[in-house]
Design a protein around this ligand. Sequence first.
Ligand SMILES: [Zn+2]
Length: 132
Amino acid sequence: MRLIIKRKDLEKILKLAEDSDIEVCGFLLGKNSDDADVETVRETANRLNSPVEFEIDPLEIAGVLDEAEKLGLEIVGVFHSHLCCPPVPSGKDLRGMKLWRNVWLIVTPSGDFRAWVVKEEKLEEVKIEVTP
Ligand SMILES: [Zn+2]
């Protein structure tokens, strides 16, 4: 499986991360086949306002789910940023990944990005394909 994302969407997420003093977060909307094919991205608020963790309000998640449905899309992934460590899932991220079993894209303010998924309780890196 791969994460397929347009350059402008990835750049948007990287810019959000670069401009923020707290972890930024949101959803990748698109179509799930063998790959997670991202059509568009939606930023959400980090209700913890924290530089070391994030949490998204369930009401905001419901709003994004509604919007995705109207667009004929689904949530194919979650993105967030790490301010002071590499783009590798934290212990808390891993717990979240067991609830949201889709691709997790993690970025840093310096422009690093990697994607991950939990499969059969094991963390796996997902190859990212950036399209024009
Ligand atoms: Zn994290």
